[in-house]
Design a binder for this molecule. Structure first.
Ligand code: ADP
Ligand code: MG
Length: 701
């Protein structure tokens, strides 16, 4: 079947709307969806009716408000289309009206609110987000109409990840429109674009089932290194295996039906690792669709005998997974503001937007770092496969050298055509494209006409990183706009723009780094530049509770101080819990798996006294025996330490202190225990080892 024939067939898309809605209602709804016009609530009846008709035709029996709570991926509470008032003479009819579409009141009191709700006002409200299409999920013989929604408390606090993102999109629109006006180019509005590259692992399901660590924590807590691992680099872009391709195909078909425009699929660097990337869209839609994709992938994978892993670091010694977040700003008229353009004027404006990004991120890098701190990202960031915890920006040599020249005053208002060519500005678009895809080590890289935020973790929602990014850039838009406006009072436009670029470039230069982010030298240099280096999620998350950040997000209208504090407490609690679960799982595996296996083996070889007497002449045998005892004792001792630490942790009610102990004391101890376990795995017979090995999991056919 052609993609074009099935694309969006399970969504309440514009084609369906046009067919089913009165013309004026259709136009109003499209304006809301496409150019962010406030929804005229009077059209909701009509939309609800059309949506119900369409959903029933598709076989839907239920509907739900589909939302993104703070604790995890998505949530849904299904209600059937049956209405109690229609129950007459044993017959019913399907109903779905405006109030059911627009607002729902799930008894959602068990979702974490970070203290924003007390029990008596525990109810949360979901409200339809008309800027992204409703869709039907068909699975297990059931069809449900899903209405993308925001989730708020009784007094309007955002209890989800979508509300702040929507607010940030709105603020970015306003601030960008203002600066565009100062620059002399009018637009009816802008929106942030987002293209999400999703990395994931597919491993044999039966092996997954046999590993408590994978089942309970999403990653392997122990496991001897595979001698091959990714050393031959033969997986990246390799031929996709048939069973994987089959899964990808079915998944893509489902995605197309849901209007998710996946374009790229390939093998990633690590064995069993893959990537999907859709075509970029408005951030709000891309965020919804990434969540949706992450929801349908595991179920489909299981049908094909795989378990799908989104954890940032399921296996040691091979790459973990990230989620590259490609970001730009687009006008409603279709102009990408990060496209260098071809004329001198266009390119000056482009450079203004570049310094806006530099200035914003330089000023608020701690917030951006805090937005990429799911517990699993600690194993990835700074581990020579992903950028370090230090936020810096890669611009490439061409743009950097032009900015350097502007800052030295080499460009003037009188810059002639000849000079313009000499400086290479006329070739900017080509040079930039050539030059900017080379540095894969940067956490935030300019890639020709967008920035690629590469440090985002594979398991996390892109809601938070994009909310903060939009907020940071919005603030910078305002500051740059103010400076430019003031400068325009005394200078000609070109000169004023050059002065603005120079001022903000000089101010934010430390954040620009075109070198190797994986190198040790960079850590030292970044330190001397005064850049923050938050080495783990615990340190990174503290920025969410920093007074200056709380005030900033409140003032700009994206998250109130209450909402931010709630997020901080939820995230820090989550971090602590995840580490606790991992540590307890490790203790369980050591005691129920590793120690008994080693004991059994020691007994088995030690019991044969004949062999012992013969073998006692062997140095190797004696060494091995000694080593087994050494490993057993040390493993046991360290595990006892871990157990004691967990008891201590249990007594600590303050989550911040709990997360600190978990990160600084428990995690290193877990690593130490792992070394003993992996060593033991390499020394006992394969058939005795209670868990599938890395070799089995990563290199099975
Ligand atoms: P690579 O792996 O080389 O970085 P991919 O093709 O895997 O590139 O992914 C690039 C992603 O960037 C795609 O999702 C693409 O749609 C997205 N993208 C391209 N242009 C823009 C843009 N202007 N704004 C946001 N995302 C973009
Ligand atoms: Mg890619």
């Amino acid at each position: 079947m052609k993609i074009s024939e099935i694309f969006g067939m399970n969504t309440f898309n514009q084609g369906i709307m046009k067919e089913k809605l009165p013309k004026n209602v259709f136009e109003k709804l499209v304006n809301t969806m496409e150019i962010g016009e406030p929804l005229d609530i009077n059209i909701a009846d009509s939309v609800a009716h059309a949506m119900k008709e369409w959903a029933l035709e598709q076989g839907a029996t239920h509907y739900c408000h589909w939302f993104q709570p703070l604790s995890r991926g998505t949530a849904e509470k299904h209600d059937s289309f049956l209405s109690p008032e229609s129950l007459k003479n044993g017959k019913v009819i399907e109903r779905f009206n405006r109030s059911q579409l627009v607002q729902a009141e799930p008894d959602a009191s068990s979702f974490p609110s970070g203290g924003m709700r007390t029990t008596f006002e525990a109810r949360g409200y979901t409200a339809w987000d008309p800027t992204t299409p409703a869709f039907i999920i068909k699975r297990a013989g059931s069809s449900t109409l899903c209405i993308p929604s925001v989730f708020t408390s009784y007094n309007g606090d955002a209890l989800d990840k979508k509300t702040p993102l929507l607010r940030s999109i709105k603020v970015l629109n306003e601030t960008t429109k203002n600066i565009l006006e100062t620059l002399g180019s009018k637009t009816s509005g802008v929106y942030p674009t987002l293209g999400v590259e999703q990395e994931y692992f597919l491993i044999p399901k039966d092996m997954f089932e046999k590993r408590p660590d994978l089942k309970l924590t999403g990653r392997t807590l122990i496991g001897m290194e595979s001698p091959k691992g990714q050393k031959l680099e033969d997986h990246y872009f390799g031929t996709i295996k048939d069973n994987v391709l089959e899964f990808m195909n079915v998944l893509e078909t489902e995605a197309y039906k849901l209007g998710i425009p996946i374009t790229t699929r390939h093998n990633e660097v690590a064995p069993c690792q893959f990537e999907f990337a859709p075509i970029f869209q408005n951030s709000n839609i891309s965020n919804d669709q990434n969540r949706l994709l992450m929801e349908i992938m595991p179920g489909l994978a299981r049908k094909y005998g795989f378990e799908c892993l989104f954890h940032e670091k399921p296996f040691n010694w091979i790459n973990g997974s990230g989620k590259h977040n490609n970001w730009s700003i687009m006008t409603y008229e279709g102009k990408n503001l990060l496209d260098p353009g071809t004329s001198f004027d266009e390119q000056l404006d482009f450079l203004i937007f570049i310094v806006i990004v530099l200035h914003g991120i330089n000023k608020r890098s701690d917030l951006l770092r805090a937005s990429i701190a799911p517990p699993g990202n600690d194993f990835r960031l700074g581990a020579n496969e992903a950028p370090p915890g230090i936020i810096s920006i890669f611009l490439g040599d061409t743009i950097t050298s032009i900015l350097d020249r502007i800052s030295k005053g080499e460009f003037t208002e009188e810059t002639s055509e000849e000079q313009y060519i000499k400086f290479g500005l006329n070739q900017l678009p080509d040079l930039v494209k050539d030059n900017t895809d080379r540095n894969r080590t940067s956490p935030f890289a300019f890639t020709g006409n967008k920035f690629e935020f590469r440090a985002v973790g594979s398991s996390q929602s892109v809601g938070f990183p994009n909310t903060f990014l939009n907020a940071i850039i919005s603030e910078s838009m305002d500051e740059v706009n103010k400076y430019l406006t003031k400068t325009l009072n005394s200078k000609e436009p070109i000169e004023a723009k050059l002065a603005t670029i120079k001022y903000f470039y000089n101010k934010s230069k430390p954040i620009v780094f075109n070198g190797n982010n994986y190198g040790e030298d960079w850590v030292i240099e970044a330190n001397s530049r005064g850049l923050v280096n938050k080495k783990n999620s615990y340190e990174a998350l503290l920025a969410l509770n920093d007074d200056k950040n709380l005030k900033f997000l409140d003032k700009i209208g994206i998250l109130t101080q209450r909402e931010m504090s709630a997020r901080f407490s939820i995230d820090i609690h989550h971090l602590r819990r995840i580490i606790e679960i991992e540590a307890n799982t490790l203790v369980y595996m050591v005691k129920s798996g590793v120690v008994p296996t080693l004991l059994r083996y020691i007994k088995e070889i030690g019991m044969d006294s004949n062999a012992d007497s013969v073998l006692s002449k062997s140095n190797a045998y004696m060494k091995l025996k000694e080593n087994y005892i050494y490993l057993l004792d040390n493993l046991y001792e360290e595990t006892e330490k871990l157990e004691n630490l967990l008891v201590r942790l249990d007594e600590i009610s303050d989550d911040v202190e709990g997360a600190r102990i978990a990160t600084e004391d428990i995690r290193p101890l877990m690593e130490k225990i792992r070394v003993y376990c992996d060593n033991i795995e390499s020394k006992v017979p394969k058939k005795m080892w209670p868990y599938p090995s890395y070799i089995d999991i990563l290199h099975s056919s």
